[in-house]
Design a binder for this molecule. Structure first.
Ligand code: SF4
Length: 329
């Protein structure tokens, strides 16, 4: 130990659990102490060698009205992405079957919308029902939801809804202006109230400070119920987007952020999400040791590249990792 008594967390409490200064102390402990604590926390709640595998499909690509500065699909930036309409339900289910055959247990469907139109709800409900009929978990990310829309998706059996907060409340307006941080939290609350599990995380490498990253994690951890799934993305700098020239994240800082997320949200699935193509195998191994236990599999993530299945199979073999069975995911 480094001589400091570890700050104890009360995971059962529904009240805010940690202040920014307390979380910063944990983040800044010597790297080995931080990773040991994160891995010890991880082992209390999860099989340390099992990783949940999700697959993500873009069901409606590009032309989005929002101005998220990191996104290839925003109509505010000349990223060169061609917009397309909502996919047919049958095409989505066929892709879900392929994902299941390749070992994925959760199927995530993303649409580039500010929010779904009511006329799209029947198709979205049919997609959820189709994925559930395959015996997979379902997840959607469609932008902001009304209570009625959330309720329809919940009744269809939607397991998870993804809605990232992206960054700290302080830094958020530097990246997105078309909807507020508060809007994001309201959508998360709407989803939670409908009985759908929450997937919410953020992006590192947008020009935010370390304190912003810690603050973002605290916002998630201190929700009345922390998200069941927390994706941590490394920015993929998209040519033409607002963040095309953002400086890369220091890999050690990235691993520290994963470790802090594991300590603050001990029972959440932590997903090493976008940006894995830019990470070495050694960096990913450190992230798994720090408590990451979920990944996206497949060659693409919405519009971005992802390590292919062959690479992940090889990495899992080298690390002795195995896919997490559905019942534990
Ligand atoms: S991140 Fe989502 S909401 Fe933001 S511009 Fe991209 S598709 Fe639209």
């Amino acid at each position: 130990m480094n001589g400091e008594a570890p700050i104890l967390l009360n995971y059962q409490s529904s009240t805010p659990r940690l202040s920014l200064s307390e979380a910063k102390i944990i983040y800044n402990t010597p790297f080995n102490d931080l990773l040991f604590r994160a891995q010890s926390t991880h082992r209390q709640h999860f099989d340390p060698n099992a990783v949940q595998m999700s697959r993500l499909l873009s069901i409606k690509t590009g032309g989005c009205a929002e101005d998220c500065g990191y996104c290839s699909q925003s109509s505010h930036y000349p990223t060169g992405l061609k917009a397309s309409k909502l996919l047919e339900v049958s095409a989505v289910i066929e892709e879900a079957q392929n994902a299941k055959d390749a070992g994925a247990t959760r199927y995530c469907m993303g649409a580039a919308w500010r929010s779904p139109k009511d006329r799209d709800m029947d198709a979205l409900v049919a997609m959820v029902e189709g994925v559930k009929a395959l015996g997979m978990e379902s997840c959607m990310t469609l932008g902001m939801l009304s209570e009625i829309q959330a309720s329809k998706l919940a009744q269809a059996g939607l397991d998870y809804y993804n809605h990232n907060i992206d960054s700290s409340e302080r830094f958020y307006p530097e990246i997105i202006t078309t909807r507020s941080f508060e809007d994001r939290l309201d959508t998360i609350e709407t989803v939670r109230a409908a009985g759908i599990k929450v997937c919410a995380g953020g992006i590192l490498g947008m020009g935010e400070t370390v304190e912003d990253r810690i603050s973002m994690l605290l916002t998630l951890a201190n929700l009345p119920v922390p998200p069941e799934s927390v994706p941590i993305n490394q920015l993929i700098a998209i040519p033409g987007s607002k963040l095309a020239n953002a400086a890369p994240v220091d890999p050690i800082d990235f691993v520290r952020t994963i470790a802090l997320a594991r300590i603050l949200m001990p029972t959440s699935h932590l997903r090493l999400s976008a940006g894995r193509t830019e990470m070495s195998d050694e960096m990913q191994a450190l992230c798994f040791f720090a408590g990451a236990n979920s990944i996206f599999v497949g060659d693409t993530l919405l519009t971005a590249d992802n390590p292919g299945d062959d690479h992940d199979v090889s990495l899992f073999h080298r690390l002795g990792l195995s896919p997490m069975p559905l019942g534990q995911a």
